[in-house]
Design a protein. Structure first.
Lengths: 180, 437
């Protein structure tokens, strides 16, 4: 079922590894925000002990949380950490590839749809001057952009893997055991 | 009739998406979009983006990645070795011998880690080779790892309880604390099973452990000090109301990093590995959870859960009957989906029904965790089975058969907490509330 001539394979592998690196770097960014959550929460504990209460810290922890969650989604998908049901696929035999095509196409459609609305949300927050209701008074479009970026990379990742599936005849999403 | 068509078309779409291998999170978003656009006749995009944003940017939820990170750090320390070294002299001479180190090791590690898979991997990497060396029967070694490892989901910190708390707006600290007593009882039931079955079995004659006096036992138990300190730090701060679940999680990470540093296992590489492993797992859970919040929103628009609740009300079920129906539902779902997906998928539908029936939502958190926990060791999809398959090379159906006694014990535990709901609700009612959350 592979549509790809063998001689093109090394070229494409090079391109694909570049995409893999993009997802990985977003994963590092996500890890950075996890460390921020940790640091801000510790700061809050220490702050309470010494009677100093930083304004809006809990809101920032929330923004870090969203950023950390969305930015790692593509990397997680690439490494096969996201869960999908493969039981029925395994039972389909040679029709499996058709179901895989459908699954990857449907996932891409949903991811692109979500990307559009994530950016629309950023646009409207910016346009209407939406400000956080907490003490931090952050313009909402800033933290919401992290979600939009994360979802965009996720959509790119899903589309990328759909293409790999069509070209090579089998998907290249990592095995679930790679993630603990 | 309309409702019937609506409900069945939703289920059909869900089955089509899940069955063809669409990732669970994306399947749930797809169903949510379909429900809002075609049955509530509203634009689905903006409200779904908004609800995913506001559920993700939640301070409460931030305990999730930190609990996961903590488990990932500890997985890379010598903690499992320490657990074995500390527990073996204490338990080695009991009937059942070192099998108890698996059960109690899982219980203790479950209290520092929030996931069943992490607990299983950590404890099994130590006890599997040691017990095989001493000629313990294979089916007992595997059974006593697969079952008790699910305690990782029950004993706080538990990723599943964070997810449950976030979805129902119950206090994560309260739901977590509620799990302590049922988990201890469950662990005790596993222990009693090991004692009885090993005493009765004729082909149970592993190598005997050396005799130790109380002084040696006491000296060996120094290996347990770090793990006990870690447990106490997180549970005590949460119980006495000194810290919220998020803060307790941060303290736990700090403690785990401190332990790794003290043992000399903390390098830049293990630090980055633990962090990257944590963000992958968190992103996976976050996608399912946020998709669940989109589904929840869609269900609210369509009023389907209310109709379902009304319909169940006409059946005149007792709360017990309702719980039995749910037990059956989760047993079936649990064969195909992992525990968190089960909870996220069903909770939007059944929450109004439960509240209408007057069921305590903190108690139900323990019930649902216990019920979907069993799914970890039921084929064809059970994560603990997969882990043990990759570690031992046995077929998952064989592993499931060996774990079946543990499954029955967990099922019995479900009825125990139905009969004595106080086991779950007593502790959270006596928590101290110095700070909220």
């Amino acid at each position: 079922m592979a549509l790809l001539p063998n001689r093109l394979y090394p070229e494409l592998t090079k391109i694909w590894s570049r995409f893999d690196r993009l997802y990985l770097y977003c994963g590092y960014l996500s890890a950075f925000f996890l460390v921020c959550i940790f640091a801000a929460t510790l700061l809050q504990i220490v702050g309470r002990l010494i009677g100093y209460n930083p304004h809006g810290l809990t809101d920032y922890v929330g923004y870090f949380m969203a950023a950390s969650a969305f930015l790692a989604m593509a990397h997680a998908l690439n490494r096969g950490a996201h869960v999908r049901l493969e039981l029925f696929l395994a039972m389909m035999g040679r029709f499996r590839i058709v179901a895989e095509w459908f699954a990857f196409a449907a996932t891409t459609a949903i991811a692109v749809w979500l990307t559009y609305y994530a950016w629309a949300q950023v646009y409207w927050s910016f346009e209407l001057g939406d400000i956080s209701q907490g003490l931090d008074a952050t313009p909402m479009w800033i933290p919401q952009s992290a979600m939009a970026v994360g979802v965009t990379i996720l959509a790119i990742c899903v589309a990328d893997h759909s293409l790999r599936l069509v070209l090579t005849g089998h998907h290249q999403v990592g095995t679930p055991s790679a993630s603990l | 009739m309309d409702h019937f068509i609506f409900f069945s078309s939703l289920l059909l779409l869900l089955a089509l998406l899940l069955g063809s291998g669409v990732w669970i999170g994306f399947s749930l978003i797809g169903v949510a979009v379909f429900a809002i656009e075609f049955f509530a006749h509203r634009a689905a995009g903006p409200p779904i983006a908004l609800t995913m944003w506001s559920s993700s940017s939640s301070w409460m939820l931030s305990s999730l990645p930190m609990f996961i990170w903590k488990g990932n750090i500890l997985f890379r320390t010598k903690l499992s070795e320490d657990l074995f070294k500390g527990l073996a002299p204490l338990l080695g001479r009991l009937p059942g011998g070192l099998l108890h180190t698996s059960v109690l090791g899982c219980t203790l590690f479950g209290a520092v880690s929030g996931s069943s898979v992490a607990t299983l991997t950590t404890v099994a990497q130590m006890t599997l080779p040691e017990l095989k060396k001493r000629n313990y029967p294979e089916h007992m070694i595997i059974g006593t790892l697969a079952g008790p490892a699910t305690l990782g989901l029950m004993i706080p910190p538990s990723i599943m309880m964070v997810v449950y708390g976030a979805m129902t707006n119950e206090s994560i600290a309260a739901v977590s604390i509620a799990g302590i007593i049922p988990a201890i009882i469950l662990s005790a039931m596993f222990t009693v099973y090991v004692v009885i079955s090993c005493s009765l079995s004729k082909d149970f004659n592993p190598a005997q452990e050396p005799k130790t006096d109380w002084r040696e036992k006491l000296y060996a138990s120094r290996h347990l000090v770090p793990v006990v300190l870690l447990i106490a730090m997180v549970l005590a701060t949460m119980f006495f109301g000194l810290a919220t679940a998020t803060e307790a999680a941060a303290l736990g990470v700090a403690g785990a990093l401190g332990l790794a540093w003290w043992q000399g296992t903390l390098t830049w590489q293990t630090f980055i590995d633990s962090l990257m492993g944590a963000v992958r797992t968190s992103a996976m859970i976050a996608l399912v959870l946020l998709a669940g919040s989109a589904l929840s929103l869609a269900m609210g628009y369509t009023e389907l859960p209310k109709m379902l609740a009304d319909w169940v009300a006409t059946l005149n079920l007792s709360p017990f009957g309702l719980l039995m129906m749910l037990l059956l539902l989760y047993t079936i779902l649990g064969g195909f989906l992992d525990g968190i997906s089960c909870i996220v998928l069903t909770l939007p539908m059944i929450e109004p029904m439960l509240r209408a029936a007057g069921i305590d939502m903190v108690w139900f958190g323990i019930f649902i965790v216990l019920v979907v926990e069993k799914a970890q060791i039921t084929p064809p999809i059970g994560f603990n089975l997969f882990v043990l398959q990759s570690m031992t090379g046995h077929n998952i159906f064989k592993i499931a058969a060996w774990s079946f006694p543990m499954y029955l014990i967990m099922l019995a535990m479900v009825f125990v907490i139905i009969a004595f709901p106080g086991l779950a609700t007593w502790l959270p009612h006596h928590m101290m509330h110095r700070i909220s959350g």
